[in-house]
Design a protein around this ligand. Structure first.
Ligand code: GLC
Length: 455
């Protein structure tokens, strides 16, 4: 029996108080105007409140009210989400979780969330959030600040990789809990090459040389479609040549010789004969489909693809795939930081139960399910020492991979990140299509991002 079901969008729109206190500091949480917010009662951060809600859920459940939560995330081809929800519902019999599937493309699901939340819709209680969303969603007043729960339940945020916690922090407060983390990897066919290329130039040479072996059609696959995945691929090239989009002083520094060299390298690759003719339409699903069918010698993708390569039902390259760091540019190798967090809709009518679900998914038990059944990398450091996790995928037992995760390069953190991303997507696509030069793309990105930030 499937104990949780997919539901279509219901529409319970309630008016939303969408103002967020603009300044940091714990006390401000209590001043945030959240009139309709049922979580208000729990918002008291004083010491008496800390830890007084012990884990006696099982005993209490008899007189607990039945609650139904709606949980939204993109399609999960691995089946891990089903397991996660089942395990949670078993431990929390008074809570039913209904699933709402969002588009696989992060940009498309982002736009749907923003449309609903900005209208004050309360249908979705809990949702998975791409690491690039928290600042914007916090600023927009779409989500609940979580410090009240974190402090009360004594959650140790130091147990998580720092970068993943930072992605959910804005204005000194925590708005999202880290669920799994992502870093770009180079996959290669170990039945064709003995070692991964060290530099982008080595990759270009080897992809050309080995294309066609063992029935492959292509040397390399990457995400070059005009969408968020292109931004991550570009950030990896840019960082590997020593460039950055916005520096630590919040200055836009993307128009640099380093960025230009990086874009030129991307253009060289997409214009080569060893990538598919439609590489400018490639995203993660088209990458894994082609790679699992044995079509390419090398591919850039996230960790989830590793589990798929070894899955008999989906892979024709079982036993013939290894992973490595992405190739280096002049400044070294760089992996882009991705990953997903969970957040609570500010208008959720069940904030306490929503938090219980968030706490479960992002705690050790939930993250273990996501790692073992979903192949996604935990954000809790200790899980890399867990035997079951280590045995589930070679990736998780690999020290180099774990340090790659910790050192992955983030995208700019900004409440207007979607605008920054759009600018980059458009200019990079034009460069990859040969419509403008790498210099023009870098110049346009810099001036447009600067004016977007100045608005
Ligand atoms: C993965 C990453 C996410 C990124 C997306 C781009 O889902 O985890 O952070 O934005 O890919 O396609």
């Amino acid at each position: 029996m499937k104990i949780w079901k997919k539901v279509l969008s219901g529409a319970v729109a309630i008016s939303m108080v969408s103002v967020m206190a603009a300044c940091g500091g714990d006390d401000d949480a209590n001043e945030t105007p959240v009139n309709d917010d049922p979580a208000n009662e729990t918002e008291n951060n004083n010491a008496d409140n800390v830890n007084n809600n012990d884990e006696d859920g099982a005993e209490a459940s008899e007189d607990q009210e039945e609650v139904t939560l709606t949980y939204a995330r993109g399609h999960d081809a691995t089946g891990a989400t089903d397991k996660l929800v089942e395990a949670f519902m078993e431990e929390n019999p008074h809570i039913t979780v209904e699933f709402r599937e969002m588009p696989a493309d992060t940009g498309q699901s982002h736009d749907q969330y923003v449309t609903e939340f900005s209208a004050g819709d309360a249908t979705i209680d809990v949702f998975d959030a791409d690491v690039i969303w928290p600042a914007e969603f916090a600023q927009g007043g779409y989500v609940l600040e979580l410090d009240r729960f974190i402090e009360r339940d004594g959650i140790d945020m130091d147990a998580y990789f720092e970068g993943t916690v930072d992605s959910g922090n804005f204005d000194g407060r925590q708005w999202a809990m880290p669920k799994f983390t992502d870093a770009g990897l180079l996959y290669y066919r170990s039945d064709i090459v003995d070692e991964a290329p060290e530099t982008w130039d080595d990759l270009i040479e080897m992809a050309g040389e080995y294309q066609g072996e063992e029935g492959t059609d292509f040397g390399y696959l990457m995400q070059a479609n005009q969408y968020e995945g292109l931004v991550v691929n570009a950030i990896e090239f840019i960082a590997s040549y020593g460039g950055e989009v916005i520096n630590e002083n919040q200055e836009v520094t993307v128009n640099s010789p380093e960025t230009i060299a990086a874009i030129e390298k991307m253009v060289e690759i997409v214009e080569s004969d060893f990538v598919p003719g439609n590489i400018l339409n490639f995203d993660e699903p088209s990458t894994h489909t082609a790679f699992l069918e044995g079509q390419s010698v090398f591919a850039r993708n996230w960790p989830y693809m590793q589990a798929m390569t070894e899955d008999e039902g989906q892979s024709q390259v079982q036993g013939n795939v290894e992973f490595a760091l992405l190739p280096a540019g002049d400044a070294g190798s760089a992996a882009g930081l991705g990953g997903w967090m969970t957040m609570i809709n500010r208008n959720s009518e069940n904030p306490e139960e929503a938090w219980e679900f968030v706490k479960f998914m992002t705690g050790p038990e939930g993250q273990k399910i996501t790692a073992i059944d979903g192949g996604s990398a935990p954000t809790l450091r200790d899980l890399y020492e867990d035997e079951e996790v280590r045995n589930a995928a070679p990736l998780f037992a690999d020290e180099e991979f774990v340090s790659t995760l910790e050192n992955a390069v983030p995208r700019p953190v900004s409440p207007i990140y979607p605008q920054i991303s759009d600018i980059m997507q458009i200019e990079l696509s034009r460069a990859l299509a040969g419509e403008i030069s790498a210099e023009e793309a870098a110049e346009n990105m810099e001036s447009q991002i600067e004016s977007a930030l100045a608005e």
